[in-house]
Design a protein around this ligand. Structure first.
Ligand code: GCB
Length: 611
């Protein structure tokens, strides 16, 4: 298990923060074995001293930044570097702990500070950090050099998995030709995708906080646990503060239960006139002994419960119906890089649509996005990067061990977000393969042991009768593309096939079902009547026919519908993708297609009917 916390870095009276976003020096290692950077120890000197560099924005994927297709499609190590002058007192003050944090970098990263390795991390969608006091320059005026090497290669044991295929026929392929194969439908954007920053804490500090909430009548309960690193003895004060700034309850113990009278519960968007209510939990830690320092960390807390019955998904004991979307972190130029204008635009579009939820298909999104969900009451199914587990070798022990670690890291980061109501451990794995049974049994059991309070699912596209993972999930999530991948062009099959799908799954498992994907590609501006595949009319009709069936089944056990997809997104090049996947109801530039208006009307109607 992981031995330290991963609290979102926040400023406070005891913590300072310095963002390192902006321009970094950059070079892709194009040597045949992609190893020149390590052989020549590029981290030991300034990057521009070891070869040519270009400007690279952070955060952003590097793929779409230049006019060079070989960089867009590059596979291997790329090197980032920048210098920073840390405030002098960070270095001179004995009591200050300086931490370097990378919000995420895809896929494998190694970090050096002043030529000394400080961190190594596998996995593209979760943060990692290192305490760097020991390697900061002693002279406060000297800049400190940060080098980050990032490798996007995916193998059978990475998450998501992939494989490198060498083409050795020299009559067909140039020397050294290889391709990166993947089993997922989005572009494998790479680079430093989320903010890099330095922050400080005192040497005795709040390392982690866990909250679990409940309520009874008008009283809320916040069960909490604070873990502290540093001095062996410290005193602690925990205060819960409401939106008006009033202290509602406090305590002096590192763990306990805070009782909140006249509680304001955290409600989803459109289910309540005041959605997304957050308290602030201030943790004030005072180290006892030698240097009596204080650390202050404030965590937003939403008080709500989640429960699942055989036919319902309950939030605060009220039936919740997911009318929402699947998304991607994806946009022009930035690829998967965190971008505030895009994030805020997307939330405005979600609200315009009347969407109350989304799934983080197919990997954990930036924590900044989850914070927005907490504040706006957008409900989240939090998915790990377990997408494209199709090869039987990706069900082996090495893969499983890494998958368990990723769940450790995901839950460590996201456990306190009230918006997160369910974990999804995978998307469309080959769940009918024999090893899938033990794999999912182990994975889901592990996830539940890390967080006993939230339901767990994985998203299935396999046959209800042969799916070996479904027995272990709390909610059945099914993807289907009737009249698209099956019976293309035959809209008349949708009703019967969708009804059978629901009857079969619920008949076998007696669990609530979410239609976790459905949809059709529409190239914006392409029209035909009668409708044909790839036109806006066809996309609209697919949705409408699905909706008619949802309307019958949601009175029974269907608890949600998530359109595929919120917006068009980039994929690898291929014969079924016209510059990306066009199943968005918005274009990649976030303009509505005709289907968006159908969905908007429906979601607002559902909001009025179901809350
Ligand atoms: C799916 C996948 C999703 C794809 C989508 C499609 O089943 O889960 O990642 O993008 O279908 O459009 O093919």
């Amino acid at each position: 298990l992981l031995d330290n916390g991963m609290l979102f870095p926040r400023e406070s009276s005891s913590r300072e923060l310095k963002e390192l976003n902006g321009l970094w020096a950059f070079r892709a290692d194009r040597s045949p074995n992609r190893n020149q950077g390590f052989e020549e120890a590029w981290f030991k000197r300034r990057l521009e001293e070891t070869g040519p560099v270009i400007d690279m924005p952070v955060p952003a994927s590097y793929n779409d930044i230049t006019q060079d297709s070989t960089l867009r499609d590059f596979v291997g190590w790329v090197w980032y570097e920048r210098e920073v002058v840390a405030p002098a007192h960070w270095i001179t003050d004995e009591g200050t702990r300086v931490v370097l944090r990378v919000g995420s970098a895809h896929y494998y990263s190694i970090v050096w500070v002043n030529g000394v390795k400080v961190a190594e991390h596998e996995g593209g969608h979760l943060p990692f950090e290192a305490e760097i006091n020991g390697v900061l320059h002693e002279k406060p005026t000297t800049p400190c050099r940060i080098t980050i090497a990032v490798n996007n290669t995916l193998t059978l044991n990475t998450l998501p998995p992939g494989s490198i295929q060498y083409m050795n026929d020299r009559t067909m392929y140039p020397d050294g030709f290889f391709v990166q194969n993947t089993n997922f439908d989005f572009f494998n954007y790479a680079g430093i995708h989320r903010p890099v920053l330095l922050y400080t804490t005192p040497k005795t500090y709040v390392d982690d906080i866990t909250v679990v909430t409940d309520f009874f009548d008008n009283t809320g309960f916040v069960r909490y646990n604070v873990s502290v690193q540093g001095a062996s003895s410290a005193t602690l004060k925990v205060t819960l503060i409401d939106k008006k700034g009033q202290c509602v309850v406090s305590s002096n113990t590192p763990s306990g239960v805070l009782k909140v009278t006249d509680v304001n519960l955290w409600w989803p968007y459109l289910m309540h006139e005041n959605p997304g209510y957050l308290y602030s939990m201030e943790v004030r830690l005072t180290a006892v002994g030698g240097s009596s320092s204080e650390d202050v960390y404030t965590l937003p807390v939403g008080i709500r419960t989640v429960k699942v019955t055989s036919t319902q998904f309950l939030i605060n004991n009220k039936p919740f119906y997911f009318h929402g979307v699947n998304k991607h972190e994806d946009s022009d130029f930035r690829g998967k890089g965190l971008d505030w204008p895009l994030i805020v635009k997307d939330f405005n579009l979600l609200k315009w649509l009347g969407a109350n939820s989304f799934r983080t298909s197919h990997y954990p999104y930036a924590e900044e996005i989850l914070q927005m969900c907490d504040r706006h009451g957008i409900v989240v199914i939090d998915e790990c990067p377990g997408v494209g587990i199709k090869d039987i070798r990706s069900f082996g022990n090495a893969s499983l061990a890494h998958h368990l670690t990723v769940m450790d890291e995901l839950i460590r980061r996201d456990k306190n977000h009230p918006s997160v109501v369910m974990w999804s451990v995978a998307n469309e794995p080959a769940a009918e393969m024999p090893p899938a049974e033990l794999y999912f049994k182990t994975l889901i059991k592990h996830t539940k042991s890390l967080d006993p309070t939230r339901p767990v699912t994985f998203v299935s596209d396999s046959n209800y009768a042969r799916d070996k993972g479904a027995p272990f999930v709390d909610v059945i999530c099914v993807n289907s593309y009737f009249s698209w991948y099956h019976d293309p062009g035959h809209l008349e099959v949708i009703s019967i096939q969708l009804n059978s799908q629901f009857d079969n799954w619920h008949g076998k498992y007696q669990k609530p079902i979410i239609q976790s994907e459905y949809g059709a590609d529409a190239v914006p501006g392409v029209h035909s009547d009668p409708p044909m595949m790839f036109t806006e009319e066809y996309q609209k009709l697919v949705l409408q026919i699905y909706h008619n069936v949802f309307d019958q089944k949601r009175k029974q056990y269907v608890v949600g519908e998530l359109i595929w997809n919120f917006a068009d997104f980039m994929t690898a090049q291929g014969i079924t993708r016209v510059v990306g996947n066009k199943k968005g109801i918005f274009t990649r530039q976030r303009q509505p297609k005709s289907a968006a208006f159908i969905l908007k009307e429906r979601y607002w109607r559902l909001a009025n009917e179901t809350g």
